[in-house]
Design a protein around this ligand. Structure first.
Ligand code: 5GP
Length: 174
């Protein structure tokens, strides 16, 4: 970068969303700034390129925002991890626990060729449940998961400890 840019200046903190007591880190203010978004994606690209991925997998839906442009930029394929009922054709799925209840992610059964190197991307790491489940699902379809990447890590929740692949976070909050 010509001059270091503090990307945290582009993250808006919204109290009580989606529920009372939750502080939501809003990335809308980052992606609507062309300059800041260029810097953010360039920084992500540098780290992810070093992992030499074949495929970038984005987690619905804010994971798509980084994974798709980075796949184009790095010359990788792009694939989607989606909520139930969204992907056509045969899918493989995995249920995972949330704080209250459970959720489920799907991938198309033929999305990954056995042994392909995959990096998985989301906007934010909190407890790590979503990324850990995504890594398990990618392995179920034969991926070699070589890294995980987020814009924001909420470090106090120790989600990183749930992951057994290298994790890159552009911004960290306590
Ligand atoms: P985890 O499974 O790590 O507890 O939660 C991460 C998931 O919740 C991510 O898919 C992320 O999009 C969403 N998430 C939770 N809190 C926030 C937040 O404050 N901001 C944003 N942008 N996403 C959040």
């Amino acid at each position: 970068d010509p001059q270091p840019l503090d990307l945290k200046n582009y993250i808006r903190e919204i109290p009580d969303f989606p529920k009372p007591g939750i502080l939501f880190y809003d990335i809308s203010t980052l992606i609507r700034s062309p300059d800041a978004w260029q810097v953010a994606t360039a920084r992500l690209a540098r780290v992810i390129a070093a992992w030499q991925p074949d495929i970038l997998a984005g987690i619905e839906s804010r994971g798509f925002l980084t994974a798709a442009p980075l796949a184009l930029r790095l010359g990788c394929g792009f694939t989607m991890l989606r909520k139930p009922g969204k992907l056509p054709g045969k899918t493989i799925s995995l249920k995972y626990g949330l704080e209250y209840g459970e959720d489920e992610l799907h991938i198309q059964a033929d999305a990954i060729k056995p042994g392909q190197r995959v990096v998985v991307l989301d906007d934010l790491l909190a407890t790590g449940g979503t990324l850990a489940a995504s890594i398990d699902l990618l392995r179920k379809v034969g991926a070699e998961v070589v890294g995980a990447s987020v814009l924001i890590e909420l470090a106090d929740l120790k989600g990183r400890e749930k992951l057994d692949v290298p994790l890159n976070a552009l911004m960290t909050y306590d």
